[in-house]
Design a protein around this ligand. Sequence first.
Ligand SMILES: [Zn+2]
Length: 66
Amino acid sequence: MLVVVPVFGETRLGNPVIMIGSYRFNRVRSKGPKIRWTCTKTPQGCRATLLTIDDVIIKTINEHNH
Ligand SMILES: [Zn+2]
């Protein structure tokens, strides 16, 4: 099984992203330390989501429709 390490990065516009393999997640504006990240294809119906606290991923729903 291939182990894919999440990579924290930034887009060219300076927005934070997390990359897992070929998938990218955008940060969702949220209050408090818990931050939700959604797949860049969320507008196309993808439901993959990450949750982080202090840059540590605590939950991964890595099911993509693409
Ligand atoms: Zn996706």
